[in-house]
Design a protein around this ligand. Structure first.
Ligand code: ADP
Ligand code: NI
Length: 218
């Protein structure tokens, strides 16, 4: 038990070092929020904390979006790192499976998690994509990708494959309709669904206000 705590601490330190000064909204503080949220959900839902904490810490280690759409990149980087820090193979396999499958890959693409631990880490990551922080991250990501904030004539697209979603050249406003507003219905645990309600409402209020200001109505 003490060993596991030490492993988590060491890996957290390593991830913090690697993710310092990241500017696409996938920075250390995103990882830290997901880690804390996942830990809290895991306690409420009775999941294996060791697996949940490590999967949360490593979930963005080599995100498929930043690796030409390759969803095997995450496990490929995570696996040696976990072994190097002394994590047993059964846990390594479970953690890598979570990292590979958890990411949102388009409105029409199923990303079902098989284990409670996976469901929890996916929920924690998704909660960080909605609400006030979700809004901030979406605009940070949009700026990082040089994508327009809003193009009134461009309609949202419901991507049916991960390739379509990956090659999307949309706007940040459309990302709300293509992903962020869908997330509340794609959470796994009751606890996360409950938390998502006010975060979701905040985005709805933001969008209403955005369009009112855009049209000069207020
Ligand atoms: P997930 O882990 O569910 O796959 P992502 O890593 O895709 O989440 O997304 C991380 C953050 O980047 C989210 O807050 C998300 O809203 C934002 N993001 C991803 N794609 C876009 C986009 N095309 N426009 C604006 N924000 C985006
Ligand atoms: Ni993430």
């Amino acid at each position: 038990m003490k060993d596991q705590q030490k492993i988590i601490e060491n890996i957290a330190k390593e991830i913090r070092r690697r993710f310092a000064k990241e500017s696409s909204g996938h920075d250390w503080w995103h990882i830290e929020r997901v880690w804390k949220m996942a830990r809290w959900l895991a306690k409420k839902e009775g999941a294996d904390l060791f697996v949940v904490e490590l999967a949360a810490l490593l979930h963005d280690i080599a995100d498929w979006k930043f690796h030409q759409g390759d969803d095997t990149a995450g496990p490929r980087v995570a696996r040696p790192l976990l072994s190097q820090y002394g994590v047993a193979e059964e846990h390594v396999a479970h953690i890598c499976h979570i990292i590979k499958t958890m990411s949102f890959k388009g409105a029409g693409v199923e990303t079902k998690m098989e284990t409670l631990e996976g469901k929890i880490v996916q929920d924690a990551d998704r909660l960080d994509a909605i609400g006030a922080i979700g809004i901030a991250r979406a605009f940070a990501y949009g700026g990082y990708k040089n994508q327009p904030m809003h193009e009134p004539d461009q309609k949202p697209v419901f991507h049916q494959t991960k390739e379509e979603y990956f090659h999307n050249s949309g706007t940040t406003l459309n990302h709300f309709y293509e992903k962020l507003l869908l997330l509340k219905d794609r959470l796994n645990t009751r606890t996360a669904k409950r938390l998502a309600m006010s975060r979701h409402q905040f985005m709805e209020d933001f969008l209403k206000r955005f369009f009112e200001e855009w049209e000069g109505r207020i």
